[in-house]
Design a protein around this ligand. Sequence first.
Ligand SMILES: [Zn+2]
Length: 792
Amino acid sequence: MKHKKIISGIVAASLLAASPWTPALAESLKWNYVNTYEEQDGSLFNSENYDFMKFSEIGVKLTEIEKQSNRVKVEVKGQSSTGQPLYVVTIASPDSQGKFGKIQALRKQMFNNPDKAQDWIANNPDFKVPVMINGSIHGTEFVGSDAIIQLIERFSFDNDETTKEILENNILIFNVVQNPDGRINATRFNGEGIDLNRDFITQSQPETQETVALIKEWNPMVFLDTHGYVKNYAPNKQGLIEPCTVPHNPNYEYDLYEKWAMDQAEAMETEIMSNKGSFTGSLYQSMEGTYIPQRDDAEGWDDYPPIFTPMYAMYHGAYGHTLETPTNDMDGVRWMYDAIMGALKNATDNKQEMIKDQIEMFRRGINFDHPFHDEGFFPSAYVLPLDPKDPTVTHKAVNHLQKNDIEVVQASKDFTAGGQSYPKGTYIVKMDQAKAGLANTMLWDGEDITEEVDAMYDISAWSLPELWGFEAIAVLSDFEVTATKVNQVQSQGSVSGKGPFLIPNSSVKAVNLVNTLLLQGVNVKRDKKGNFYTEAAANTISATVKQSGLHIESAKVPAEAVEVASMKVAILKDGGMNKVQSHSGTKLALKRLGFAVTEVSPAEVAEQGLSSFDVFVYSGTESLIARTQSRAGNKEFGFQNPAQFDGFKANVDEFLNSGGKYIAVGAGASNATKTLCLTDNTVVVGDYNSNGIAKVDYQGEGVTAGYISDDFGFVYRPVWYENTGNDEVSATFDDNSDFFVAGHWKNNVAAQGKAVIVKEQDKDVTLIGLEAGFRDHTDYLFRLLSNSIFEK
Ligand SMILES: [Zn+2]
């Protein structure tokens, strides 16, 4: 499924109760919780229903097909996080073979010279459009890749009229198994524990990066993402086909998408229904259609955050659809196959008009002509000034934007924009470009959409400048600048002066540099402001500093600075509670900060303790330390018997008593900390589906060194602390009614001015209410982790 959340206890029960279709709801479009568990307790959803194709068989099969067909090209485009091959299959009629480069070049014309592209389309009615189909991004949703294999066989060998007509008009690009790790291990996530269908803004994972490159290579006109399992969201409507309900992301040229998306969805539904007789299950025999969120519901299945693959592809001009097949069996494969065939037929019938609107999207961008948007919605440019000492974050952003087909230029002379002067070398993203919508969705601040709908299903704010921590100034008025186009930037650091040297506490790379030096045996001190100092000779550290991208200078070491040591960090492992690894984002954050991180399961902590570690990080659901697991599918990830809870608690106490450091991150961990009696604060937790960017007043020393008051934080299922007594409060939500700046958070006023980072008075226990390592996305907040770890 596209939307799946961590839900437990009472919340889950109420959602489940609201979920199945009831006659009372049948009369009108109504808020309908579509996000529920389809799989029942005890279901072995990976294998119980049918003999899906194992990943190990897929490569062999594709090689065989390629040998026997003159329409097929099989490529391995990169590797998964555990090194599995990512297969891409391109199918085109034999006359197009060897001309892909030319076809791609014509596609590129669309955003270099859209008017010319329009003329070319009009004069060459036999042109072919790329259609991209993404297989089983969620590993356990096996049917997607199985349907794709069947489609690959059909289009490789069959010669019926439909097959021929589709191949005369389209090039089919199959991302055969988007998540090999997940297919092999029967997990929703990849080998790093990341849900790839949440990663399309961050793009932290190799699978996501390869898919982005593939989308960019082809700019597909249609993008289909194969999922499961959705049934009975409306009476006898089986499966789900997007377009989505509100809220839509405002950065889209949504009018152009909407012109075709519903027709395309209904074409898929029609194809499924026309083959109804070929389904065997009773669910399918009584099927009267498919659930199309935009048609069949008022809200509940939104396309707001472009973290989902099709929603991301829409920013490259694709008509994007998530397809959720009803069941995990051969009927499910059949449904998916038919849905895709329906889309291919529809694209074939309408390609001339559909592609005109895809080109129109690029034309609007290039000409800065946005009839769908209010004047001033898009700025004329974003200016990205460089921090001269630590340009690493801006460099990361510049490279990221370019990998996403967003043009970035660099000023070759000083200039003035919006009344502000900037030096030569400043980066600029001009908004008169083909993919302006994508540029804006990455660089804008976002908006508070709390009042727009009852709830969002996933994140509703993601601003790269605010959450990665670089400056991006939106300039509304036009300005003159002499600039050159930039390619990928290589950050190369330097050491100047004779030392001692100051390493600013300014970024993930800066902390990584410190940890790398510590591992090399270099002595490093840290002051109250969180900055680091080393008295090592320049030539001892220069190679490492060069790699870091920072420019290090000499400074006096403050008398209060104390030596820091390389720290061994354990993080509590969530093996996959409710099919999510809730600790994965923080684990990746700690690794990127340069810490040696070991994952320890609840049972391991209970049995073996934590004596070989300096720091214990709990960042995940409180369910991890429940005495018993109520859902069968979760049992293996928690305690193996209720008594292990006592062992766990005793070992954590022992660890703290012998000088260990305990850090809790987020709501689940805060609740768990309370359960473990490690805090006497009142832990207040908001809704699971509340999330976004908030103004936070950081104290600026110790745990929050390097942050200021009126700074930013990110929450997801918000948590705050009351009755903090004599504990050290290091950060509070800004004490202002508009402290919540972007996202969706009902009743956020309850948290106004409340403590959000607290250190216990009498134990080395730190509670961080913010999502300091959220899905490897909140780089800007990662240093809350390193500060906490280094703080004595
Ligand atoms: Zn899915």
